[in-house]
Design a protein around this ligand. Structure first.
Ligand SMILES: [Cu+2]
Length: 287
């Protein structure tokens, strides 16, 4: 349940900060907001649902808790290019150059298309002046959202900032695939999902990895875990980052996830096997 608690605490911090940003002003330290007690977990579902209803998930804002995501260019001339950006401290306008590592990295960058058909999980390189950069190769033109998931040095909670990215060219938005319990990943890999999301309540999800119909029991650690799961809410691309709560190398990797609201979510699981990182995607309804 640790992960679930952490996510709920983050949601509470986000809600507290939202109130700060639009109510009191910038005089309240984001650290103070982050330290506000997390709602009690493990009680009955109605108690858990109440705070979550007003909590703001990550990724919806380009600026939050005193930090801003500054994309050097919010457009790419084509599907291949370089993303460059800076995380700035709003108070000084200066780039953040000191981070706490989370899952082996100072910053995780997710790039997802607005229709949720394209997904990339990247690890940019930081220059000494605080500028982050990474090559990016996308499958098609269109409207994208870039998510920076990081924890500045000295902050107790990480945050996720989101910014729009346009990729020039013509494209046709794709409909979100319907719910299916299995996802083909290519090269004979298939991932099966068990469990359901419920708004405002922590729920366990298990993703089982198979290769050629047989369970995979020797998943390789990737960034300190056997799987990384990102959930994006369809419609506004609210971002939920969840981590596994056990250390088994397969076939089942379990997560605790709390959907902030009713809705449809697209789940992206990154796992590593035979030296390669692969991604399985699922559509899950929370109701
Ligand atoms: Cu990452």
């Amino acid at each position: 349940m640790r992960t679930g608690l952490k996510i709920t605490a983050f949601a509470a911090a986000a809600a507290a900060t939202f109130g700060t940003a639009y109510g009191v002003g910038s005089g309240v330290s984001p650290v103070t907001a982050a330290r506000q007690p997390a709602p009690e977990h493990g009680g009955h579902a109605e108690q858990a649902a109440a705070p979550a209803a007003n909590a703001l998930p990550g990724g919806l804002q380009v600026s939050e808790r005193g930090y801003s995501l500054d994309l050097e260019k919010d457009r790419l001339p084509g599907t291949r290019g370089e993303l460059r950006f800076t995380i700035r401290k709003d108070a000084t306008g200066k780039p953040v150059t000191s981070y706490e590592k989370e899952n082996d990295k100072e910053l995780h960058l997710i790039v997802a298309s607005r229709d949720l058909s394209a997904y990339r999980h990247l690890h940019p390189v930081r220059a000494a002046d605080g500028t982050w950069s990474t090559p990016v190769s996308l499958p098609k033109a269109g409207d994208y959202r870039v998510f920076a998931d990081f924890r500045p040095h000295g902050e107790e909670e990480g945050l996720t900032l989101g910014a729009g990215l346009g990729v020039a060219g013509t494209y046709t938005p794709e409909p979100l695939p319907g719910h299916a319990a299995r996802a083909a990943v290519g090269d004979g890999y298939e991932v099966r999902i068990e469990g359901a999301l419920r708004p405002g309540a922590a729920r366990e999800l298990t993703l089982d990895v198979y290769k050629d119909g047989r369970p995979v029991t020797d998943l390789e650690p990737y960034l300190g875990a056997y799987g990384h799961l990102v959930a994006l809410r369809s419609g506004d691309l609210a971002y939920l980052h969840v981590h596994p709560h056990d250390g088994r190398p397969g076939p089942g990797v379990s997560f605790t996830a709390t959907a902030p609201s009713a809705g449809t979510y697209r789940l992206f699981l990154d796992f590593k096997h035979d030296g390669e990182v692969r991604t399985a995607a699922f559509t899950v309804h929370a109701a």
